[in-house]
Design a protein around this ligand. Structure first.
Ligand code: NAD
Length: 373
């Protein structure tokens, strides 16, 4: 069994899908591990660290040659994987809805694509969930990015020259990223409020010491929604939400938006007219900018200014904390493969529930129900 850790080639991608820690653990399972030279450099991991952990470091062709399983952060172009075993697994983030052409290319290449972002949201798969691990740190980083752009302090400060008032921060979308954003903004001393369409989040917001801001006139999503995710809201709900947000947002200094709906463009939560009511110098961070954006006027990869308000639209926020996000991503992959490791076969054997959820291609065909249905 040969596992390959390859260097990410996508522009701006600094993470790596394996670390010396996971190399050691895969070796302990009985696998050989090959690492493409330079794979970890942008995440502060030297080739020598992989070698010391038992990895065989070489160029891409050598790393991929005869590989049974290839690990990536963003799925590579299959043309760069020539030499892998027929039917080899590629476990990575595939962005299957956004990059459908690449999924077809994997089928044509006879490779088995495993989309880690399709991991079901069940308790036993929590430790394998790349969306959670990466979102968690993105929520943290979003608040730091906001603080860096904001020309004032977050905490209330009493100084000899007078008092500095606390920043008011509003978090929209309280999933994994939003919860971490609330906690981080609180730690920095901001007065924090938050909103979501899922009513279950109200208690979570309160337990972190923030104020819940909820639409009361129209019912939101009860329970956990579909598989833990939000769905698109009715027009009536969207209207009530827009009214609620309009009155609240004008008083905010910092707004962090994190709302996503899988397979759909991100919901529009803030309009240009609402931004115009905010105080100059306020900062909005749109974590959904690459999925179409929650904020009107947000531009992926840029910090733009509208009505004196800065709108931050960094791409690939997890990559901005590459050492930590790589460590967690690599553990997610190890937790996944080791959970299914068959000692006799010296290879992982997936069960139906997880295998069917994450497998995009097999036997030369696209097999994912979420893509076909
Ligand atoms: P996400 O990234 O899909 O979306 C972010 C948040 O935006 C969600 O809370 C969503 O409800 C909210 N949202 C969507 N549309 C909105 C709108 N119009 N207005 C306001 N908010 C809106 O969410 P996530 O971080 O992936 O988490 C979703 C849920 O899944 C959470 O309850 C989380 O705890 C759960 N979860 C479970 C597991 C597991 O059991 N393995 C793993 C990860 C997450």
């Amino acid at each position: 069994m040969k596992i390959a850790i390859i260097k990410e080639l996508a522009a701006g991608e600094r993470r790596v899908a394996g670390t010396p820690e996971t190399v050691k653990k895969f070796k302990a399972l009985g696998a050989d591990v090959a690492v493409e030279s330079g794979a970890g450099l942008n995440a502060s991991i030297a080739d020598a660290d992989y070698a010391a952990a038992g990895g065989v470091v070489g160029d891409r062709a050598a790393a991929v040659a005869g590989a049974d399983i290839i690990l990536g952060v963003q799925a590579p172009d299959p043309a760069t994987l020539a030499g892998a075993k027929p039917g080899a697994w590629i476990a990575a983030g595939f962005n299957p809805f956004g990059e459908r052409g690449r999924v077809d290319a994997y089928a044509a290449a006879g490779l088995e694509a495993l989309a880690m972002e399709f991991m079901p949201r069940i308790t036993r798969a929590q430790s394998m969930d790349i969306l959670s691990s990466q979102s968690n740190l993105s929520g943290y980083k979003a608040v730091l990015d906001a603080a860096a752009e904001y020309g004032k302090a977050f905490p209330m400060m009493m100084t000899a020259a007078g008092t500095v008032s606390a920043a008011k921060a509003f978090i929209m979308g309280v999933g994994v990223a939003g919860l971490q954003a609330i906690a981080t903004a609180r730690r920095l001393g901001a007065q924090v409020s938050a909103t979501d369409v899922r009513s279950a989040t109200r208690e979570q917001i309160e337990s972190l010491g923030a104020k819940p801001i909820f639409v009361e006139s129209v019912k939101g999503i009860e329970g956990e929604g579909s598989g833990g995710y939000a769905t698109e809201m009715s027009e009536e709900y969207q209207k009530a939400q827009a009214e609620l947000i309009s009155s609240h947002i004008a008083k905010q200094d910092i707004v962090i938006t994190t709302a996503l709906i899988p397979g759909r463009p991100a919901p529009r939560l803030i309009t240009d007219a609402q931004i115009a009511t905010m105080k100059p110098g306020s900062v909005i961070v749109d974590l959904a900018v690459e999925q179409g954006g929650n904020v009107e006027g947000a531009v992926a990869g840029e910090v733009v200014e509208r009505h004196g308000v800065k709108i931050v639209g960094h791409r690939n926020v997890p990559s901005r904390l590459a050492a930590d996000t790589s460590a967690l991503f690599a553990r997610n992959l190890y937790n996944f493969l080791s959970a299914f490791w068959d000692k006799e076969k010296n290879a992982p054997v997936l069960d139906e529930e997880i295998g069917n959820a994450i497998r995009l291609t097999q036997g030369g065909k696209v097999v994912s129900e979420r893509l076909l249905g």
